[in-house]
Structure formats: structure tokens, C-alpha cells
Ligand binder design. Structure first.
Ligand SMILES: *Cc1c(COP(=O)(O)O)cnc(C)c1O
Length: 370
């Protein structure tokens, strides 16, 4: 047997680049405290209700979970006002991206259309599936280039991926724009609308088509959401998709039966119940996003308006130097080379204390250099 016998798509496959971990950086710089503002995690940690529920469920880890996570599907159906048949729960929304590609797009025949830059998993999983990937540049201000996006689609376009609010810029478009675009798509094409950050928008009704009556069984939109950000369950892996019932039926048939574990399902149920934690997270992120934006501007950074729980910015000196200097001070943010944006950085909105520490450290780094 030989390496050469591996599928050609796999040979030059670049794995997903994730944010750095706290443990890694503590060890590398011999630091006792490190803060992580690199992966858009919840600034308040894990909901206390979720923590209690996980402790309560510890006795039952020897049991298999139920395929399809029916309890959580039902709770989400009530929570969203969407029929249960239209909801698929996955091991993070990552799993749904993968399932949609494998169910809908025909290897060697179909294409998927994405913006450049965009969340890398769309192109990585599409490549693994043997699909043609068509990349469309964003406008120079990081807004969406709708006409160019539409121009790249044809009868063999299976899926168009769109992140709203967008990662890494934080830009968000209106639901009217999304609906208008989806109606122009070729007959067999779905718009996959990744709403990982929708909970952090100023006014969700302005941005998500789910809240309007226009979302229906005939919809050409598949919506993806996650428990990783607002609900603080990134480590448990839980996300879901909302789509026409015929499509969700296929996804559930081919999905690995136990990909969503029992603790994740129970934690999701508890997270939906913890309205106080949701509100407190939202209030913290919106207030602190404003604080960070203005403080970074005062430090001569170019900061992009964001509807998400992170801010993209261009520092007045080399981004790589800023990233590395912050790292040495125990602050992890996100460099954007993997998005093809070496001049920019992304910082997640942390809690009050973290944000103030970030600003004072950034000030030191910039002053040391200027
Ligand atoms: C964080 C993020 C997700 C969430 O992924 P999970 O697998 O649910 O943790 C999805 N899409 C984008 C664009 C993200 O940034």
C-alpha cells in the first residue's frame, strides 16, 4: 500500500486552523494567567443552570442517547415556532455544514459558492466531498457583493453559503436582502444561512428571515444556528439546522445516530430555559462591544462595525507584531492569515475585566512601538 492511493482531494488537505488554547500559551510563555479572546466563546462562561443539569445527568452516562435528540428538537420547535419536522440537531453546526454538503451536492458534478473570505469549514468540507468551490470576493468594505455571488451560480450549484452576521468582519445584512437574493437563485440551489452570531444583533427581526412569515416549507433557505456562542456550550458541541421537512428527513437518515451526546442534549434543554443567562450575556456583549470599539479607535485602530460578539480591526502597526506581543502578555486574540487577511486581527468581546485588560495591554504594545 502507498500514500499515492489516497484520494487526490486528501493529499494536499489543510486542516482547520482553530484558536490557540489557554494551556498552550501558559506553557509557552510560563504565565500563570492567560485570557482567551480568540474563539468568540461566551464571556460569562457556562450557565449555572446548565452546570447543575450536567451534574444531575452524570449517573446516566452509561446509556446511549436517543438518535435525533427528540427532546431537544421538541423544545426548539416550541422555542422557535417552527415545526419539529424542519429541525435537525447536530454535533455543532459544523456537523450540519458537512451533512448538507454530503446530502445535497453530487461529487464531481456540483459546485458550491462562497464569499472570500468566509468561515473556512465551508470550503474544507466541500473539498472533502469532491465539489467545485467557487469563491466570490466580498466588497472592499466587507459588505456582501450580491450580484457577483449570483453570477457564480448555475444549474449545478447545490449550495451557496452565507454567514450573517459575518465572520470575521461582524458585518450584517438585512433579512429583506437575504430573501430577495434567495428568490433569484437557480431552481436546485439552497442558500445556507449560517446564523451562528444572530443572537448578538441589535434587533434580530431586522436580520433573520426566520422571524418573518416568509420562512416556509417552500423556502430555499436553510438556517444554521449554534449553542456554541450565546448559549456558552462550545465544548459540548451542539448546533441545529432549520430546513424544509423533506431535506431534514434525508439528513436524519444519513447522520451518525449518536453524534449528539446525551449531556449535550440535556445541556441544550437547560440552556434554553436559562433566560436570565441569555439576557445577561446579550447585555454584556452589546455594552462591551461598544466599549471595545471606541477604545480601540482611540488607539488609532481601524475598527469595523460589528453585530457579532467580536470585532475585526486593523492596528496602526503590523498586525502580526500586535498579535504576538499580546500573546506574550497572556492575551489570546485571533490573527486572520487563515482568512487571507494578514493585516487584520479579530478580538472576541470578553467580560468587563478582560476587555479592560485587553485595552491597557494593546495600548502598551502600540506605545512601545510608536
Ligand atoms: C463559531 C461558528 C460556528 C459554530 O460552529 P459550531 O460547530 O456550532 O461550534 C458556525 N459558523 C461560523 C461562521 C462560526 O463562526
Amino acid at each position: 500500500m502507498h500514500r499515492k492511493t489516497v484520494r487526490s482531494e486528501i493529499k494536499d488537505f489543510e486542516p482547520y486552523t482553530s484558536g490557540l488554547s489557554i494551556a498552550e500559551i501558559k506553557k509557552r510563555y510560563n504565565l500563570s494567567t492567560v485570557i482567551k479572546m480568540g474563539s468568540n466563546e461566551n464571556p460569562l462562561g457556562t450557565s449555572p443552570l446548565v452546570q447543575k443539569e450536567i451534574q444531575r445527568q452524570a449517573d446516566y452516562c452509561f446509556r446511549y442517547p436517543r438518535p435525533g435528540s427528540p427532546e431537544l428538537t421538541k423544545a426548539l420547535s416550541t422555542h422557535l415556532g417552527i415545526s419539529q419536522e424542519c429541525i435537525v440537531i447536530g454535533n455543532g453546526s459544523d456537523e450540519l455544514i458537512d451533512l448538507l454538503l454530503r446530502v445535497k451536492a453530487r461529487p464531481g458534478l456540483d459546485n458550491v459558492v462562497i464569499f472570500e473570505p468566509s468561515f473556512s469549514l465551508y470550503r474544507l468540507q466541500a473539498k472533502l466531498c469532491g465539489l467545485e468551490i467557487r469563491k466570490v470576493p466580498l466588497n472592499s468594505d466587507f459588505s456582501f457583493a450580491w450580484d457577483s455571488l449570483l453570477k457564480q451560480t448555475d444549474q449545478n450549484t447545490a449550495l451557496v453559503f452565507l454567514t450573517n452576521p459575518d465572520n470575521p468582519s461582524g458585518y450584517a445584512t438585512s433579512k429583506q436582502q437575504i430573501l430577495k437574493f434567495s428568490q433569484k437563485l437557480p431552481e436546485n440551489c439552497f442558500l445556507v444561512l449560517d446564523e451562528a452570531y444572530i443572537d448578538f444583533t441589535q434587533d434580530q427581526d431586522r436580520f433573520s428571515p426566520l422571524s418573518s412569515d416568509q420562512y416556509s416549507e417552500e423556502s430555499k433557505i436553510v438556517i444554521l444556528r449554534t449553542f456554541s456562542k450565546m448559549y456558552g456550550l462550545a465544548g459540548l458541541r451542539l448546533g441545529y439546522g432549520i430546513m424544509p421537512a423533506w431535506l431534514s428527513d434525508f439528513l436524519l437518515r444519513v447522520k451518525l445516530p449518536f453524534s449528539v451526546n446525551m449531556l449535550a442534549e440535556k445541556a441544550g434543554l437547560a440552556a434554553l430555559k436559562d433566560k436570565e443567562f441569555f439576557q445577561l450575556t446579550k447585555q454584556t456583549v452589546l455594552q462591551e462591544r461598544y466599549y471595545l470599539h471606541h477604545e480601540m479607535e482611540k488607539l488609532s485602530c481601524k475598527v469595523f462595525s460589528s453585530q457579532a460578539n467580536f470585532l475585526m480591526f486593523q492596528p496602526p502597526i503590523e498586525a502580526k507584531h500586535v498579535f504576538e506581543s499580546l500573546l506574550a502578555k497572556g492575551i489570546i486574540i485571533r490573527p486572520l492569515q487563515s482568512y487571507g487577511l494578514p493585516k487584520y486581527l479579530r478580538v472576541s468581546v470578553g467580560n468587563k475585566q478582560e476587555n479592560r485588560l485587553f485595552i491597557s495591554s494593546l495600548e502598551e504594545v502600540l506605545h512601545d512601538k510608536i
